[in-house]
Design a protein around this ligand. Structure first.
Ligand SMILES: C[S@@+](CC[C@H](N)C(=O)[O-])C[C@H]1O[C@@H](n2cnc3c(N)ncnc32)[C@H](O)[C@@H]1O
Length: 224
C-alpha cells in the first residue's frame, strides 16, 4: 500500500502538541500519538500513529476536552501511579528526547511497565510507593513536570510532597483527582472544592475541569 493511500485512509490530521494529533477517521475524530513503537495495550496502530484511547487514559480525556499543556519533547517527567504504562507509553512518545521516571507500587502492572521500558529508553520504571518520595530521591532528579494518577485518599498530600522534592522552579504539575477515593460519602463537587483549596495553599492552580469518560474525576493543572 502506498504512503499516499494510508494518509487518505486516516483523513486529515491536526497537530495539537508535539507528536500528538487529532485525526479524522471516517465520521469520528480520534486522538493519536506519532510513534515508532507497536501497540502496548491493544490500541490500534495505523501508519505511524497509535490511537490514544480516552477511556483508558485521563490525560487523553483532558486533551480531548480541549485543555492543553505544552509538554515539550525534552521534558523530564515524574509520573506517579504508572500502572502498566498505558498513559506512560503515549507520554513517552511526546517526551521523546526527555525521560519519564515512572513510579508504581503494585508488582502486577509493574511487570508490563518493565516490558515497555525495555523497549523505550526514555522510561525509568520504579517499583516504589509515591508516599515515600525520599526512597527514590537518590534516583529521580529535578523534573519539569509531575503527573499523578493514583486515586488515593491522601493523593493531594502525596502530590505536594513530590512537588516539593522534585519539581524544578517554574515546573508544572497535573493531578487527576478521583472524588470517591478521597471521600466516598461526600458529593464530588464538595470533595473537589476541598482539593482545590488545599492545592492553592502551596501551588498556583492554573486550571481544573471535569473529565469525560472518567466519572467523578477532575484534572488540576498547577504551577510549582
Ligand atoms: C488509575 S491507576 C493508573 C493508570 C495510569 N496512570 C494510566 O493512565 O495508564 C492508579 C495506579 O496507581 C497505583 N498507586 C496507587 N497508590 C500508589 C502509591 N502510593 N505509589 C505508587 N503507585 C500507587 C495503583 O497501584 C494503580 O496502578
Amino acid at each position: 500500500m502506498s504512503a499516499k493511500k494510508k494518509t487518505q485512509e486516516i483523513g486529515k490530521s491536526q497537530k495539537i502538541l508535539h507528536n500528538v494529533y487529532l485525526i479524522e477517521k471516517g465520521e469520528k475524530q480520534i486522538l493519536a500519538t506519532k510513534s515508532r513503537y507497536g501497540s502496548h495495550y491493544g490500541e490500534k496502530k495505523f501508519g505511524e500513529f497509535r490511537e490514544w484511547i480516552p477511556s483508558r487514559s485521563k490525560l487523553a480525556a483532558m486533551l480531548l476536552r480541549g485543555y492543553r499543556i505544552d509538554i515539550r519533547p525534552d521534558w523530564k517527567v515524574l509520573y506517579l501511579g504508572a500502572a502498566s504504562g498505558t498513559t506512560v507509553s503515549h507520554l513517552a512518545d511526546i517526551v521523546e528526547k526527555g525521560v519519564i521516571y515512572a513510579v508504581e507500587y503494585s508488582a502486577k502492572p509493574f511487570t508490563k511497565l518493565i516490558e515497555l521500558a525495555e523497549e523505550r529508553r526514555n522510561i525509568i520504571p520504579l517499583l516504589e510507593d509515591a508516599s515515600k518520595p525520599q526512597r527514590y530521591s537518590g534516583i529521580v532528579e529535578k523534573v519539569d513536570f509531575i503527573y499523578q494518577d493514583i486515586a488515593q485518599k491522601n493523593q493531594v498530600e502525596i502530590f505536594l510532597d513530590n512537588i516539593r522534592m522534585f519539581l524544578k522552579k517554574g515546573g508544572e504539575g497535573l493531578i487527576m483527582v478521583k472524588a470517591r477515593s478521597i471521600d466516598s460519602t461526600a458529593e464530588p463537587p464538595e470533595v473537589f472544592e476541598g482539593v482545590l483549596k488545599k492545592l492553592s495553599r502551596r501551588v498556583k492552580v492554573v486550571a481544573s475541569d471535569t473529565l469525560e469518560y472518567h466519572r467523578d474525576h477532575i484534572f488540576v493543572h498547577v504551577w510549582g
